[in-house]
Design a protein around this ligand. Sequence first.
Ligand code: NAP
Ligand code: G4F
Length: 330
Amino acid sequence: MADVKKRALITGITGQDGGHLTELLHEKGYEIYGIIRGQHNPQRARVEAEFPYLNLIEADLTDTSSLVRAVAVSKPDEIYNLGAISHVGYSFKNPQLTADVTGKGVLNLLEAVRMAGFEKTARIYQASTSEMFGGLEYNQPEGGYTEESSFHPRSPYGVAKLYAHWISRNYRESYGMFISCGILFNHEGDRRGLEFVTRKITNAVARIKLGKQEFITLGDLWPKRDWGYAGDYVEGMWRMLQQDTPDDFLLATGETHSIEEFLDLAFKEIGIEDWHPYVKQDPRFMRPAEVDVLLGNPAKAEKVLGWKRKVDFPGLVKLMVQHDLDLESK
Ligand code: NAP
Ligand code: G4F
């Protein structure tokens, strides 16, 4: 019998994880459909050039009818919901939009799957996040957060993601749908948006090295994050949908580092030992409520999924600085 290609529908195709996942699923032989929004999305040309095999469908997480059409057209075996307003700082400035897209958008998508008649066949990945935990001392166990830890989101983004997480679990329990939530800790890489702190730093470091920029302006430098490499994390998403039963899994490195430590390594990569003269701080980049320390314990994913991150913290910083040096010298 001829091999039948699996079909995947991805929301958030223009984002960091959308790019890594498209690459991974293409290597695995999937037929890939991606949702793109907006009547003139400047990302469209880039995505079309980078992934010529991709089928793009115009839809928006806030427009259920467009999602029904996207599901009906793509007839997906697997749906990866990566689309979101994903920037925590931005979510404080646009809290209602964040609720509509990052929170209720998930309900719209799940309803669309039911309306299109794919609720018994499509497996769904929901992009949950460590931001749901809040990074507070009282709910953070010694070895890091687990799937069983309590939630205390600290931003409109975290609150919207928590709604998305629970509505996904509710549809799993209520309608027997195959929906797995990946509670992912920060993951970065060469596709990371310039608005996130790691890429903002590596891009500035490259530009400083090349004489194109004098300094970088940041917010708070003490928060700690469990930073991994996005390429490793999309492998975990895919593994979640290959299980016999849906479940929730946490992906993390099990290490946490401050922004100051990231600056140390990034500047050392270009031969600068003391970064302080090159870094200014501005309250504009500080948040009304901060997530202090995030540390995840990926034991369940390692045991059940056989997943393990490959890139370590110094390897991640190096990869990002080198990529930006290449990019900025072109
Ligand atoms: P990202 O780079 O910010 O990408 C977000 C994507 O969502 C973009 O493709 C964006 O499209 C799309 N989007 C925004 N509004 C939309 C709407 N109304 N309808 C449909 N699509 C919309 O995010 P990422 O880093 O790849 O993260 C992927 C997912 O994982 C997100 O849900 C994020 O919240 C979650 N997550 C990320 C991390 C992390 O560290 N990266 C950790 C935990 C969870 P446009 O290009 O058109 O704006
Ligand atoms: O890079 P960030 O914006 O990422 P944040 O807030 O941790 O959120 C990311 O990871 C979450 C998973 O934990 C995802 F769910 C979410 O979608 C996103 O991908 O900020 C990291 C830290 C924060 O403490 C922030 O206050 O860096 C601090 N920071 C200091 N200066 C800055 C800046 N953040 C940004 N974006 N820009 C700054 O200039």
